[in-house]
Design a protein. Sequence first.
Length: 642
Amino acid sequence: MTTVSLPDGTPLELAAGATGADAAAAIGAGLARAALAVKQDGVVQDLAAPLADGARIEVITERSGQDALDLIRHDTAHVLAAAMLDLYPGVKISIGPPIEHGFYYDFEFPDGVTFTDADFERVEAEMRKHVKADEPFVRDDVTVAEALERFRAEDQPYKVELIEDLVAGDGVEHVSLYTNGPFTDLCRGPHAPSTKRIKAFKLQSVAGAYWRGDASRQQLTRVYGTAFFSKDDLEEHLRRLEEARARDHRRLGPQLGLFAFSDISPGAAFWLPHGTRVYNALIQLSREMGEERGYTEVNTPQLYDAELWKTSGHWGKYREHMYVTESEGRPLGLKPMNCPGHAHLFGLQQWSYRDLPARYSEPGLLHRDELSGALHGLLRVRRFCQDDAHVFCTEEQIQEEVTSCLDFAFATYAVFGFDRIGIELSTRPDERLGDDALWDHAEGALEQALAAHGLSYAINAGDGAFYGPKIDLHLEDSLGRSWQLGTVQLDYSMPARFGLTYTGADNADHTPVMIHRALMGSYERFIGILLEHTAGELPVWLAPVQALVLPIADRHAGVAAGVRDELRRAGVRADLDARTESVGRKIREAELRKVPYMLVVGDREAEDGTVAVRRHGEGDEGSVAVAEIAGRLAAITAARSA
RNA sequence: GCCGACGUAGCUCAGCUGGUAGAGCACUUCACUCGUAAUGAAGGGGUCCGGGGUUCGAGUCCCCGCGUCGGCUCCA
């Protein structure tokens, strides 16, 4: 006898050796038909897998959410591979997993064969044949030797390499193969019972992807697709992707007159007047919040003798991403980051332990020669400005300083209502400065700060900066792609390399510790993410035009200009639309520009010193005295409350 | 940088198999002076990303370059 328990805790008795399919059948015929797989103690397995006595089980059906979608998307990846082998003899297959919103499969095509999205249609047609044929997924556990023989015979070197690595790495002796129709793949599984469970699928894009993520190895052709349990779900998914395009900051920026890009300077935004207002308002926010927290602003050069970059270590590691020039034979580098400049600045002065911590901030303009293919609107640029700061402190002050950097970061995000923040601890990379004892120490300090906040975080092993580990804070864009905004980095190396010292209470020289931190990250990236999160409807305090005064007829233009001036005197960013156009048109255009407040001035308002207030997206709210609306908007701006 | 796609007026896009460029919005002018999401009419505007090539003829086909988009790699 095998006894398993169902999700509601009910025990279910089955014959010894019973499978997931048996369990589903024992519960009901309908469930047996609907069953795709079985989850045993949290692990999804084939229906044909035997159940372990005492296991908690759950039968996976179409309604099981992500587990079920992962399953058929993985199935669809196998069907794609089967179709590709049908259509492209000699194609080499590598791997094809499910991913968050779909799946991919990586192929190597024979010489001279290129694969493009124009080929999707015939591949999809071939895939449909396999789905229609209702081909079962059959698992076969074989010895490593058998598997190697099979894939060598089929001339599938990537599969051979995967098996060899499994043997070398994990010492496996058996591997599992899954066969659907004519196609057999090395695969851990699980899979649904047959290809017919795939109800709707679509190939989406083709991309290059390096074998095993290694740029020095063969580049394969990756085919992305997605699959669902119904055509409606698939269409709904595609519709959402289309909607996300409307929130794309690259579309919103020019539309709202915030910024533009030009071929003449790839990766560098041209900030238009309204975008510059937003940009400056964010810098102002950083300044005010920094001042409250004991930061002092500094201003350091753009160009430095290569000596500085050699001292910091950047010359060796990042020179190819730096813009360099020379003057009178002296090599110079345009700063890609502020830290060496700040370290040098620290060294120009004399320091006592009584002066620490010193917190230097600078909205420094940086240039990095990013790979052309990496550029992405405002989110990845070559010219940008970080809300950068460096804290120089004693060993004893680290904990408190890192903690207050994190507090500062969350306080900044709270201003914008950002609460879904991904936290990562990035640890020592292969190429690094400093010995292991230093790294142990530094990583430990960051872990403690995170623990003190009670924050849950992911470990990003090997992704630290070359001078120290870091805590990274991530937000998602409109398509769910994750972007690093904030970072707090602990650095024991650079102060020593720059020979920085302070005089301790013992009258001896000591080396300070340096904390690098940026919270918004760069103003460019932050504005990009903010636009995607708000769909361009910036909070009132940040809107480039907070109020637009709309005279109804030309005779109201004088009064309207007076209203605008009064608002401006109160510190409100107000503009006037005095064109000879209908109010309807002016309102439509202001709505499209997402201006938060439209203030209409006609005969009635001119008469009694009021404006008719219309909120963006909400319609007419009636008349309000000019002084009152000016005070209201000034208060909102001062408080950054909406 | 690599793989694939794309690049036509300020913007969004049309332009079939090669036969000398088109719409809507925007812009300019004129008329209208208007009460909460488009007043009407007329007009101007294009080295079809750049450079080569094939052809009697190239926006359209081929090659090279640049840029953008989706990925990969990278991201101090």
